[in-house]
Design a protein around this ligand. Structure first.
Ligand code: FES
Ligand code: FES
Length: 153
């Protein structure tokens, strides 16, 4: 049994020690905003926040997340930066199938909060580890800059 704190709530989860955090979130707790793409640490679809920083949940054994503060996209419904990003992604047509979007939003939010989203080059460099098979990235880069501008007003 593991004890995990997710989106501010404690959970006792019957999981195997080596089960990934991504699997535990999706399959044992039903928190399916966290996506599994490559399951090898390459695509970023599975990003969650661990103590506020983006982490690849497919690579992290859930047992190592015990005692940490885990946040998934579901836990950021009332977050101002996420609200600005949601609006900007819609305005800039920054998603198509949406499979990459949860991970992309978490990575983009982190860039914005660290002040690393002022121009397109900065955003592209910051999101280099996030793969999208649909959009060609232009809309995503524009959306992140739009959200950053909104939040700096
Ligand atoms: S599913 Fe974790 S990085 Fe691709
Ligand atoms: S919108 Fe389809 S993978 Fe990014």
């Amino acid at each position: 049994m593991m004890r995990l704190t997710i989106n501010g709530t404690g959970h006792q989860v019957p999981a195997e020690p080596r089960e990934s955090l991504a699997h535990v979130l999706r399959d044992r707790l039903g928190l399916t905003a966290t996506r599994l793409g490559c399951a090898q640490g390459s695509c970023g679809a599975c990003n969650v926040l661990v103590d506020g920083s983006p982490v690849r949940a497919c690579l992290l054994p859930a047992s190592l997340a015990e005692g940490e503060d885990i946040t998934t996209l579901e836990g950021l419904r009332d977050d101002a930066a996420m609200a600005a990003l949601r609006e900007a992604f819609q305005a800039e047509h920054a998603l198509q199938c949406g499979y990459c979007t949860a991970g992309m939003l978490l990575a983009a939010r982190d860039l914005i909060l660290r002040g690393r989203a002022h121009d397109a080059a900065q955003v592209r460099a910051g999101l280099a580890g996030q793969l999208c098979r649909c959009t060609g990235y232009d809309g995503i880069v524009a959306a992140v800059q739009r959200a950053a501008r909104t939040l700096s007003r």
